[in-house]
Design a binder for this molecule. Sequence first.
Ligand code: G3P
Ligand code: MG
Length: 245
Amino acid sequence: MSQAKQPLNIAHRGASGEAPENTLAAFKLGLEQGCGAYELDVHLSKDGQIVVIHDATIDRTTDGTGAVNEMTVEELKAFDAGSWFSETYTGERLPLLEEVFAITPGHIIINIEIKGSYNGQLEPVLVELLRKTNRVDTVVISSFDWKSLQLIKELDPQIKVGLLYNLRLQHHEKLAEAAGTDIFSLHPNGAKLDPEDIQRAQAANLEVYVWTVNTEEQMALALKSGADGIITDYPGRLQALIARN
Ligand code: G3P
Ligand code: MG
């Protein structure tokens, strides 16, 4: 198989197939395995800080229970975010977004998925953090909540935003028009699009990042299709496949 351009290898919640999702351990493992980017999910704590976690509650991915937004960072940090996955990771904590930035080389792209806008309270905190940490140019903000993306663009037009969706369509590029703001990338479900759909989107100057592509077979198809980014729980597996191409 030949490939003109290598896609961005995006570690989904870090290397979450082999380490507890959305922890520093998962992001470090992704880096070791050669990813070029991570995807991660964010919520807002009770005391207004951005916490990296997929669900609105800590029930599934820690040894505690309760809503992220009803606990302070100090309270959230008391829970173990690794042992549910494997004993090896006992002691992992829910990271703040700022802590992920601190362990991440500047050339690594971070795809921040906003999971909860909290009535527009999260976006200004996020934009301020990106400016303070000099991360404005090396992140892509995505969300299923497109109004949240619009708010990000109003706060800072320089920040790149990407539309997340789960549809089977022919004209994905038309979604960018419907979003009502300047869109950098489309983030479709990889199982729901064809190579021609990708080409049409790319012709409209949109990057296409597909999720979540985990088997070698799916990865080979995604590589062949010309996607600009492949979001995977197994960045090591994807890197090996890219190297063989
Ligand atoms: O950003 C792609 C993917 O992460 C969207 O779904 O549920 O894994 O956050 P989810
Ligand atoms: Mg996500």
